[in-house]
Ligand binder design. Sequence first.
Ligand SMILES: [Cu+2]
Length: 250
Amino acid sequence: MSTTLPNTEPLPSQLDPTPEGAAWLRLLAWLTGIIAAVEAIFLGMIATLVPPLVAGIVLTIVGLVVLRRARRVGIVILGITSLLLLIGSAPFAASHLGHPESAVDFTHAVVGTVGRLLAVIAAVGAWRKASPTGARRLAVAAVGIVCLTVAASSIAMLVSTGDDARADDVTTVIADSYFADTIAVASGDTLYVDNTDLFRHTFTVVDTDIDVELPAAVGVRVPIDLPAGAYDVICDIPGHEHMTAILEVE
Ligand SMILES: [Cu+2]
């Protein structure tokens, strides 16, 4: 004679923490931790405290600590921080994603954009305690994207060597993300713009056709075929609004 026991035990999937939730939590923690580390290195390289990025690093540390004690609160902190920074950094990342030859800016943009997007997905997966299979696939995708990024940037840097200065060029140097205040040339001269930074810039003369991309750590020859006068020069990369100069053409 067989009897049926009442099913009062929780199913494995109802146990807390579930293996599923744990896989997504690990992915969320790794992604947000790596992004925060990359941002800290980037801020060190530009020697500037960018408030949204600093806030992102602090909130990530808080989220990772909270994750151990109040899991759902930690997931919300990390997920929302990743989402807000993904949206807020989009204009900056969009400017850099087409320029793999400038490795620092390009890698920063890829890690920030793809990493935060995956972190948001991981937060949703952790909240819903989704299947661990998805978390593993996402982790593999993240590693693959990093490898592709490094490969693309390395090839682009080898191809993009810039120009060599010629004897009669007028040279101006970009250093620490600043132009010289004033750049003097004669009409018809060629200006050699030497970008000594590890970041990309543009040499853009306002209201003219001169708008030149300056990859990281290369120089570019720019013919100045402009009537005599004073022109405003800018770098039109988002976040580089402080980069201005006056081009005096004689
Ligand atoms: Cu710039």
